[in-house]
Write a protein that binds this ligand. Structure first.
Ligand code: SIN
Length: 286
């Protein structure tokens, strides 16, 4: 197994591993170690079935079924489909999931440990792949904070909310979707620490994101807005980011504690994009 850095501070490409196979324990342990240490792992040229995608993901623990049930696969609901493809008048996946910096499911009490995305169709223009995903290391960003800022952030908590962002995105896309009170109640606001500790490495990470964080608890609104803005800008400084250019057959796994990510929606039909993702159950944030 060969490991190559994707960027100086985080991200690793692992070669010579075939994820369609049931991996032996040593190989799997080496992958998990790299995953915890480097936060984003890339495997290229994979050809996996839905069942193999789920089987590999399950080696890392229990899987989540996404709250947007309309975009999960019927036979394997652990697979959440991200796509702009429409079949029989119906979208087969979520079209523009996450074209803003976020970390998956931070709006749930126990957010996911990470996600594992498999690329099936990649849009292109003039031979150049479109629909890149950008990643930002919130661990590297934490390490680079001044001691004064680390002290200021220690102990602060922030509110995370799902539906505001979802409805804003749908509205911008011209949809007038309405979410029932019952559905809203299934995903209530949650409060998370602004600095969280990685459950496997002990590394501290900045845990706010422009996708779902709506404010800092017990802080005046304008101060909270300014501080969040400053943290978002800090986390996404070029030296803490890696931009992934997809190829068909890529499997990318990312860590939702130590990274943020953002999709790039720079393509439209007939340029087709089809990805599917599993979401790993996490542990309570501390
Ligand atoms: C996501 O936010 O899970 C999807 C990222 C992407 O589609 O590039």
């Amino acid at each position: 197994m060969k490991l190559q850095p994707l960027s100086p501070l985080f991200g690793t490409r692992i070669e010579d591993v075939d994820l369609s196979q049931d991996l032996d324990n040593d190989t799997f342990a080496a992958i998990e170690k790299a995953y915890n240490a480097r936060s984003v792992i890339l495997f290229r040229n994979q050809k996996i079935t839905d069942a193999q995608h789920v089987r590999f993901s399950r080696r890392l623990g229990e899987l989540e079924i996404h709250v947007l049930r309309e975009f999960v696969k019927p036979v394997h609901p652990e697979l959440y489909v991200l796509s702009n493809i429409v079949e029989n008048g119906k979208p087969i996946g979520i079209k523009d999931a996450g074209n803003y910096w976020h970390t998956d499911l931070s709006y749930t009490k126990v957010p996911s440990r990470g996600s594992i995305m498999y690329s099936i169709e990649v849009p292109h223009k003039d031979g150049v792949p479109l629909g890149d995903t950008q990643f930002a290391s919130t661990a590297a960003a934490y390490n680079a904070l001044s001691e004064t800022m680390k002290q200021k952030l220690a102990g602060l908590k922030a509110v995370h909310r799902f539906w505001d962002r979802y409805l804003r995105e749908r509205k911008a896309a011209g949809s007038d979707v309405v979410i029932s009170d019952e559905r809203r109640a299934q995903t209530p606001d949650v409060v998370q620490p602004v600095i969280r500790t990685h459950p496997f490495t002990g590394q501290k990470c900045i845990y706010v994101n422009e996708g779902f964080t709506v404010g800092i608890v017990d802080m005046p609104e304008d101060e909270s807005r300014d501080l969040l803005k400053e943290l978002y800008a800090h986390c996404t400084r070029p030296e803490f980011t890696y931009r992934h250019k997809w190829q068909v057959g890529d499997v990318v796994m990312w860590d939702n504690c130590a990274t943020l990510h953002r999709a790039t929606v720079d393509f439209a039909l007939p340029q087709r994009r089809l990805m599917q993702r599993t979401t790993l159950k996490g542990t309570e944030v501390f």
